[in-house]
Design a protein around this ligand. Sequence first.
Ligand SMILES: Cc1ncc(COP(=O)(O)O)c(C=O)c1O
Length: 450
Amino acid sequence: MSPDQATFFAQEAPVFQAFAQQFSLDPKVVYLMAGQKGSMPDSVRQRYHEGLDQIARDPFPVHLEPTATTRARIASGYGASVDEIAISRNTTDALSQILMGIEWQRGDEILVSPMDHPAALATVLRLSARFGVKIAQWGVPVHRTATADEVVEAVRKRIRPGVTRVIFFSSPLWPNGQRLPERRIAALAQAAGAISVADGAHYGGMIDPRLDESGVDFWAIAGHKWQCGPGGTGILYIRNHQHPANPTPLPRFHIIRSSARDIPFDGSRPAGFDIGAAMSRYGFPESADWRALGDVCALWDEVGRARIQAWTLNLADYLRQRIATTFGDDALMQPTVDPALKSAIVCFNPFANAQQRIDPDVNMLFRQRLLREYGFRISGSGVGPDGFTRAPDPQAAAFPVGLVPNRDPDTLEPKPFGYTLRANACVWNSVAQMDQFVAASHDLVRKMTT
Ligand SMILES: Cc1ncc(COP(=O)(O)O)c(C=O)c1O
């Protein structure tokens, strides 16, 4: 550990040790998977239960707090204005509404990477079939020394101005935890007259969010992962103003789900139209869920979102160093140099044997034994038969199950890479847990290779 890291951890550990007390995670398990599902902090959960009780006693009023209040509490921490925030059911729901609401013309292209999540790619396949939209792909530079410049160039060269209607990307990417330079990709879209859409399932709650400053037109964010809100909550951002980071006119947009009738029905965006309110009006929610999402966002703001980002990213960096010294540099399966491409998701494979590194069964067993015998919960990359790389992609056979589907950034030839094990550095984790995790992994690899 460098002296700077030691100073950082010594200074911040008391704050995060205290914060960790808020989470009722099973003490027998070190939970390294906020990216699967977060744990609701005790103070939020207590008020959530009170809300459920109140609704059970008197269901008629439905809302525990006005939706606009909850949206405003979310908006302030996420760097957006309240009219740009809608409450969705989760990332998948938000992505469906965004991608299906764009005013597609037959022959338009959507630019995506094969490394995006099945939740997004399924929607892309549906919209392609329904609107006659062509799916164009880009290959993500994923090697350890990859830079944001290389990523931007890999996207730039696939853009066809006038044809590329949407640039879709995830940040961070789920199979290797790589953050993408959101603002620079959004700028490429603006220059090409295209719309940018970001899957931020792992962004909200991990990264200090600056949605207006990102210049991205639409964000889909999970409420229940790193943000630690209730299941079935998500945040949908719709740029509703011309910002310094994105001064282009607002794209026409068709609202898919709303009971609002006093709004435009032709996709137009008149000044003063509170689109976030219209998109948050659909039937009666479980209002305790929504209020809890506002509560957990306010708690994150109180602790400090920049502080949370610094804690989790520094823990992740420390874990990467420990993995590299224990298993060698090749164990890390994500960019580790350019800070613009790093997140709190650490993706690695500790096996030295080439066959073990790509065998889904071996890696699944590793995950299971790590939980059963050592008490660490992690996940893996395995893309199943529902992934984008299955039919109708004619090259599907080149993307074996379990490996991360990608394409060569230059040639676009299929270039899947190894099975990644995914460990998340979460707000409740400590430096000692990172050490213990690497020691446990080391012991288990020894058992599995002898
Ligand atoms: C990148 C990405 N997008 C979307 C999703 C789906 O998330 P949700 O459960 O919020 O719909 C996931 C789930 O892990 C994900 O990793």
